[in-house]
Design a protein around this ligand. Structure first.
Ligand SMILES: Cc1cc2nc3c(=O)[nH]c(=O)nc-3n(C[C@H](O)[C@H](O)[C@H](O)COP(=O)(O)OP(=O)(O)OC[C@H]3O[C@@H](n4cnc5c(N)ncnc54)[C@H](O)[C@@H]3O)c2cc1C
Length: 575
């Protein structure tokens, strides 16, 4: 028999977006919060460098400059009304987090300390500014811990290790979700007046990534399969400094504290690519610069990595502000950053695209602004869009808290209605997926197909793209899809059957990869993180618009929506 649960609001995901949404929603009703891992093991806990707010604690700063930098950083694709909402809330948000007990690092005078980060500047681009508020290099964990405590206090009911398999939408109204309890293998129905999706990113599409193993994009893929759109999927950010061979992140805060990138000739090559702000240029530019250096044979010793040199940073600063980074380098690379430079390469980091929403997190069902009743999304899985074609560092933690809270508040609107029971028939598709996978006698292994997918995305759909590579990728993806229809799961048990869940995640990843590849094929220009070598210029006449990808009757189709421009018309992007 199916186990049934009900609450006024159901939140899916325990990262900063989910926790913020749940705390806000608990003001007006009962909240259930569900995650596929233990709540504090969300990827938000891995965030290192900081959260952006123009507090001006270390040097002059303003909300207007933050707005300007975010829009310019986005290569003018961000919706400016949304950016205004985010930057306008930033100071209040960080002060609010401080009051909830987040142990921010401090200045000598006891104020919240701030450091430099890529693309954040003073006086509209004149010079880098200290805007990132941080807790050494464990900012995410510190904020997650504080919000988790608050969520416990608010009486939120936690469902750890419940894996969502489906979202139930009937006649344009979301009734809740179907989850598998990992411990028992039982299917459970969660009914709610409002459902808020906060399921994080999908960096695991790529072979080299900073993202957690759980970042497989399940929920965007589930909605996509139901015919709902995904927005701006062609924009996937590569962070310039992942540990060579591993992809583990070295925060931009390392460059914010004075670290520099150096090529095989010992040159600070960013001086050529971004003469004003150099190593603190936005991530899309720095990642491209690194790959260009490598292609020109200027890697370290002719190899395929460059160096991040932190030796100019005083020992005391390394120890107090970047302790985690120092320990990562020692453990994983055997390098002590105070004595030797760190080998780095760009690593897949952040999905700018995702589930389209309005500024209150309502999920859009089309490019014209129609919404799905009772369904919300926030955080990295969502596309508001505040990051446009390229996100600035420290703006994601801000986005998760600001828009998580807004979604939690807007969910109140659905509270007048009654909770509708999830009909038994709605369990069918999830139950069928499970039984098909468990009964199939095929010969393929999930891990092998996943690896090939990740390599394909890395080779043909990463920092540099072109028509030939993308078309080939679309073809090869079809082959992977067919192979995935032949996966054999060896574990036939119900309890803790993570093998079957991994096969389901792979199905989601294949659908998302197709959305990324085909959206990238469609956009014949270069903007932010989407760089087409066959169309190297930005083309505002034809492409100053958002992409909406739909999966209809097995075919991908596209719609487009205009970019909201309130104050800052597009200009040439120079740093
Ligand atoms: C290493 C690293 C460092 C970063 N550093 C910074 C930084 O310093 N500053 C900054 O602004 N940004 C940073 N980012 C980006 C930022 O951390 C993320 O974008 C943000 O934390 C995402 O938060 P979220 O709440 O949207 O999702 P997440 O924190 O990823 O949480 C997703 C939740 O959804 C759950 N979930 C997913 N699928 C399912 C399913 N099928 N069923 C049930 N539950 C599910 C997961 O278990 C998890 O609880 C960093 C990212 C990485 C990877």
């Amino acid at each position: 028999m199916t186990r049934r649960f009900s609450s006024d609001t159901l939140v899916i995901g325990s990262g900063l977006a989910g926790l913020s949404a749940a705390i806000e929603a608990s003001r007006h009703g009962r909240v259930a919060l569900l995650a596929k891992l233990y709540p504090t093991r969300c990827h938000s806990s891995a965030a290192q460098g900081g959260i952006a707010a123009a507090l001006g604690n270390e040097e002059p700063d303003s909300q207007e400059w933050h707005f300007f930098d975010t829009v310019k950083g986005s290569d003018y694709l961000a919706d400016q009304d949304c950016v205004e909402a985010m930057c306008g809330d930033a100071i209040k948000t960080v002060v609010g987090l401080e009051r909830l007990g987040v142990p921010f690092s401090r200045t000598e005078a006891g104020k919240i300390a701030q450091r430099r980060f890529g693309g954040h500047t003073m006086e509209f681009g004149r010079a880098p500014v200290r805007r990132a508020c941080y807790c050494a290099d464990r900012t995410g964990l510190a904020i997650v811990s504080a919000l988790y405590e608050q969520a416990e206090r608010c009486g939120i009911e936690f469902f750890p290790e419940f894996h969502i398999l489906d979202i139930v939408i009937e006649a344009g109204d979301c009734l809740g979700a179907i989850a598998l309890e990992i411990k028992t293998g039982e299917l459970c129905a969660f009914s709610a007046k409002s459902t808020i999706i906060a399921s994080g990113g999908y960096g695991r599409l790529y072979a080299t990534t900073s993202n957690a193993i759980q970042s497989t994009g399940d929920l965007p893929a589930i909605l996509f399969k139901k015919g709902l759109p995904l927005k701006d999927m062609e924009f996937f950010q590569f962070h310039p400094t992942g540990l060579y061979g591993l992809g583990i992140l070295i925060t931009e805060g390392a460059r914010g504290e004075g670290g520099v990138l150096v090529n095989g000739r010992g040159e600070r090559f960013m001086e050529t690519y971004a003469p004003h702000i150099k190593d603190l240029a936005p991530r899309d530019m720095v990642s491209r610069a690194i790959i260009r250096e490598l292609r020109a044979g200027r890697g370290i010793g002719g190899k395929d990595y460059v160096h991040l040199d932190l030796r100019g940073i005083p020992q005391k600063t390394l120890g107090s502000r970047l302790p985690e980074i120092v320990s990562f380098c020692k453990i994983y690379m055997g390098v002590d950053p105070s004595a030797a430079p760190i080998p780095v390469v760009p690593t897949a980091h952040y999905a700018m695209g995702g589930i389209p929403t309005d500024t209150d997190g309502r999920v859009l069902k089309d490019e014209r602004g129609g919404v799905v009743e009772g369904l919300f999304a926030a955080g990295e899985c969502a596309c508001v869009s505040v990051h446009g074609a390229n996100r600035l560092g420290c703006n994601s933690l801000l986005d998760t808290v600001v828009f998580g809270r807004r979604a939690g508040g807007a969910a109140k609107g659905a509270q007048g209605k009654n909770i509708r029971e999830i009909p038994p028939g709605a369990m069918g598709p999830a139950a069928e997926t499970l039984s098909t996978l468990l009964e199939r006698q095929g010969g393929e292994k999930t891990g092998a197909i996943k690896k090939d997918l990740q390599i394909l995305m890395m080779d043909k759909c990463s920092v540099f793209r072109d028509e030939e590579g993308l078309s080939a990728a679309a073809g090869e993806l079809e082959g992977l899809r067919q192979r995935s229809g032949n996966i054999r799961v060896m574990d036939k048990g119900k309890k803790f059957n993570t093998e079957v869940l991994e096969a389901i995640e792979l199905g989601h990843m294949i659908n998302l990869a197709e959305a990324v590849i085909r959206s990238a094929l469609g956009r014949r220009e270069s903007r932010g993180a989407h760089y087409r070598e066959d169309y190297p210029e930005r083309d505002d006449n034809n492409w100053l618009k958002h992409t909406f990808a739909f999966l209809r009757e097995g075919k991908m189709t596209f719609g487009y929506s205009p970019v909201s421009i309130t104050k800052l018309p597009p200009r040439k992007r120079e740093y």
